[in-house]
Design a protein around this ligand. Sequence first.
Ligand SMILES: Cc1cc2nc3c(=O)[nH]c(=O)nc-3n(C[C@H](O)[C@H](O)[C@H](O)COP(=O)(O)OP(=O)(O)OC[C@H]3O[C@@H](n4cnc5c(N)ncnc54)[C@H](O)[C@@H]3O)c2cc1C
Length: 291
Amino acid sequence: MEFLSPGSWPDALAARSEHPDAVAIAGGTDVMVELNFDRHRPPALLDLTRVPELAEWSRTDDGGVRLGAGVPYSRLMRELADLSPGLVMAARTVGSPQIRARGTVGGNLGSASPAGDCHPVLLAVDAVVEAASVRGTRTIPVADFFTGVKKHALEPDELIAAVLLPPGNGLEQFAKIGTRNAMVIAVTSFGLALHPGRQAVGAAVGSAAPTPRHARKAEEFLAAALADDGLWESRGAIPASTAARFGDLVAADAAPIDDVRGTASYRRHALSVLARRTLGWAWSDYQGAAA
Ligand SMILES: Cc1cc2nc3c(=O)[nH]c(=O)nc-3n(C[C@H](O)[C@H](O)[C@H](O)COP(=O)(O)OP(=O)(O)OC[C@H]3O[C@@H](n4cnc5c(N)ncnc54)[C@H](O)[C@@H]3O)c2cc1C
């Protein structure tokens, strides 16, 4: 197996273009499992760990964050807790300290698993994937990135350069159900972001459909219900019936299956609970921010 180890981003893109059948490897926490179990034997590996540009994050002109695809979870947790609290909540639930020291958001996106923990939050905050090749750079809204089970919208000669996180307001949540607290693939997961400035709601489910996806009807219902009751302005308590309906719509927006980790009906039930619970947490943060 050929091992390509570029030391710069232009060299990495050139190598990608010359070897579109090479498998990129960042933290290797997904790729090495595939290789060790002999599920896949690619002709070449394209090591991205020596590309300094991928390991950086920076503030964008609009106040958001450009997160290099190769920043490991452990750094994300230390450095972005204030700027991207939802993604940090998700990062904290990934694997174990060893996995979080190596694993990256770029790798999570690259695997495009329906159960990837970053995805519901990235969807809820309307993040954008920055994809690059020797042909140039383009942006892909995360909502358009997942195209099927473990499939994504990258072209064969493209790599993920970064994830663009819009300016946040701290009103983000992530919750995950697993069979235990650590080292567990989500039975189901849920990401929520409240956007009072534009009176909008971001809500997305993981491990509950062929791809991670928005819960669109639930988003629309909640944004309208909060507006109708004047709650975006007053920050008053959300009626229990509104929270319950939101949970029901999230469950209805999902398309889960029965599998070894859980049944479809359990997943729907769990999602309705996670949706109500995270809404309560985010709303109480919103109320607290006004005090
Ligand atoms: C024990 C264990 C526990 C785990 N627990 C969790 C968990 O709780 N939650 C969870 O979501 N995941 C979990 N995972 C899966 C894995 O850790 C994550 O998906 C992680 O984010 C992968 O990142 P990585 O950098 O290691 O990716 P890699 O393994 O290096 O790559 C993964 C995929 O992304 C592609 N890729 C990587 N970087 C790029 C790039 N810049 N551009 C294009 N493609 C790229 C690779 O080609 C490959 O297809 C676990 C894995 C293990 C082994």
